[in-house]
Design a binder for this molecule. Structure first.
Ligand SMILES: Cc1cc2nc3c(=O)[nH]c(=O)nc-3n(C[C@H](O)[C@H](O)[C@H](O)COP(=O)(O)OP(=O)(O)OC[C@H]3O[C@@H](n4cnc5c(N)ncnc54)[C@H](O)[C@@H]3O)c2cc1C
Length: 484
């Protein structure tokens, strides 16, 4: 129902590290199982940019050749077995916002953190915030009075792509940032960056550290760059924001708990978390019954043991359901001991979720690839790999990355009865070694019929012979470990 896609709009340094090793194989917390691409191939940074991560996620999706329908929001799920004499197959009907209808035998909810959450109870304040959110154009370049941190990053990114900043209009202005989590920290970092005026002031609400030392003590070192501004450009208010009042001049006054303290902001940025509303899609399926989530377990190679990879919905006094949850939507999945052993120690990090989601997919989807059949008027959007070329690398290096991704995409649907095989590209000549004659002939024919791919391979081979050695496991190409 969904795919791992990062916003490619807002840019920030991620908080899961990429460690270059000393010859033992890179240590990464940003591993996408079965991806032919690694973050270290597109970024040299210890904490890569979110755009690098987004490129990795997009390339991984593209290489999987699994069809995706963008900009399509599922809004309702119906269990067609409910009250039916003869049980139809597929069992579930899924309705999308644009009127599209799908049928499926299994539903996997991988809808992530959900929508930005506004944990403010005061009705007038809520109305003001939600109205401001609704009026925000996240594709645009204008910052409204109140935005959520995702839209804020998008809008700053949109402006940056046009070669513009907020330096002039943020001069001597006050920005109120609400909440101390990762979203709040990223927003504060952005406000302190050259995209904004150096003389702006930040009031950080719900930030309990009032000195640089206290901030460093309480915070992961990735964010320590912020600390020196605490008490200087950043004023902190430890209490939660409870009331938002528009002032006649358009600014917003934000009162914190107890109304003892308030801040007046030209702009207010809310980083108050997210709320997953997937259960509202299941209203018809669940009815008035109570539900529980049973753990789905599987062996996960990267974790080394059998562990929780997702959950299965269980409805009291109702037939067994084929509705599952994975990724952030199913958190917590890792046990405390597993988290302590992980590098990020973060239950929603890709390190802890990527391998689990991959194992869940393997456990639930039989066969090797899925199909999506669309009615007339809707098109599957093909993912653009342009971002691969935006890294500061030469054309041949980029073509080599693209070759590996394109070949992986092609190999997804191959049954490989070999331990490994080698594809050589030399002066526009393609050869395959290690496959049966029939498989090699089919692969060469597939490669030769794709002119775009042939061109990429030819460019990649310009710096000498291009040689891709592809290991196979369980009859499938192990594209994560292609050597070249
Ligand atoms: C600001 C921020 C910074 C982060 N930084 C890091 C980091 O540095 N390192 C790290 O490892 N992790 C980081 N994470 C966590 C990381 O984003 C998650 O681990 C990862 O995205 C989880 O993948 P997922 O597939 O479970 O959910 P998501 O990637 O959130 O994907 C969910 C998808 O479901 C779609 N969706 C939701 N509802 C519906 C619906 N009704 N119909 C159709 N589609 C729907 C959404 O649009 C979205 O595309 C960060 C998260 C945030 C918010």
């Amino acid at each position: 129902m969904s795919a791992v896609f990062w916003s490619t709009r807002g840019e920030f340094a991620i908080n899961s590290r990429e460690v270059k090793d000393s010859g033992k194989g890179a240590i990464t917390t940003n591993r996408f199982p079965h991806s032919p691409l690694k973050l270290s191939e597109i970024s040299d940074d210890f904490f890569a940019s979110s755009l690098g991560m987004s490129t990795l996620a997009t390339a991984t999706q593209y290489a999987s050749a699994v069809p995706v329908l963008f900009n399509t929001r599922a809004i309702k799920i119906t269990d067609l077995w409910n009250g039916a004499g003869v049980k139809p197959s597929p069992r579930y009907k899924i309705e999308a916002q644009d009127g599209l209808i799908f049928h499926a035998n299994k539903i996997v909810n991988i809808t992530g953190l959900g929508d930005p959450h506004v944990p403010v109870k005061d009705p007038a304040s809520r109305e003001l915030i939600l109205k401001s959110f609704a009026q925000t154009n996240r594709e645009g370049t204008l910052l409204g009075r109140i935005t959520n941190s995702d839209d804020f990053l998008s809008i700053v990114g949109n402006r940056k792509r046009l070669g513009l900043t907020f330096v002039t209009e943020s001069k001597a202005k006050t920005y109120v940032v609400i909440a101390p989590g990762d979203g709040g920290k990223i927003a504060v970092e952005k406000l302190l960056s050259p995209d904004f005026s150096p003389d702006l002031k930040i009031v950080w609400i719900a930030q309990k550290s009032v000195t640089p030392e206290a901030f460093r003590e309480a915070t992961f070192f990735r964010y320590h760059g912020i600390s020196e501004e605490i008490g200087k450009r950043i004023e902190t208010i430890p209490d939660y924001a409870t009331r938002f009042v528009p002032l006649p001049d358009g600014r917003i006054q934000v009162f914190a708990d107890g109304i003892a303290q308030s801040a007046i902001g030209d702009h207010v940025i809310l980083a108050t978390g997210y709320k997953n509303n997937f259960s509202s899609l299941l209203r018809d399926v669940i009815g008035a019954s109570s539900v529980t989530a049973e753990n789905v377990t599987s062996k996960v190679r990267e974790i080394g043991d059998v562990t929780n990879v997702g959950t299965r919905l269980k409805i009291e006094n109702a037939p067994e359901q084929d509705i599952y949850a994975g990724g952030v939507a199913a958190v917590p999945l890792a046990s405390e001991a597993e988290l302590n052993k992980s590098i990020t120690q973060n239950p929603v990090s890709i390190e802890n979720l990527g391998p689990r989601t991959s194992a869940l997919a393997k456990a639930l989807v039989t066969g090797t690839h899925s199909e999506m059949v669309l009615k007339q008027g809707h098109q599957l959007v093909s993912v653009s790999l342009d971002a691969i070329g935006s890294a500061n690398r030469n054309r041949i290096a980029i073509s080599r990355l693209r070759s590996r991704i394109e070949v992986s995409r092609l190999l997804r649907k191959y049954d490989l009865q070999a331990k490994q095989f080698t594809l050589r590209v030399n002066e526009q000549k393609l050869t395959v070694e290690g496959l049966t004659e029939e498989s090699a002939r089919k692969l060469l024919a597939d490669l030769q019929s794709d002119l775009g791919l042939l061109h990429t391979l030819a460019t990649a081979a310009r710096g000498g012979e291009l040689r891709l050695t592809v290991p196979a496991a369980e009859g499938r190409a192990d594209v994560e470990n292609i050597a070249y």
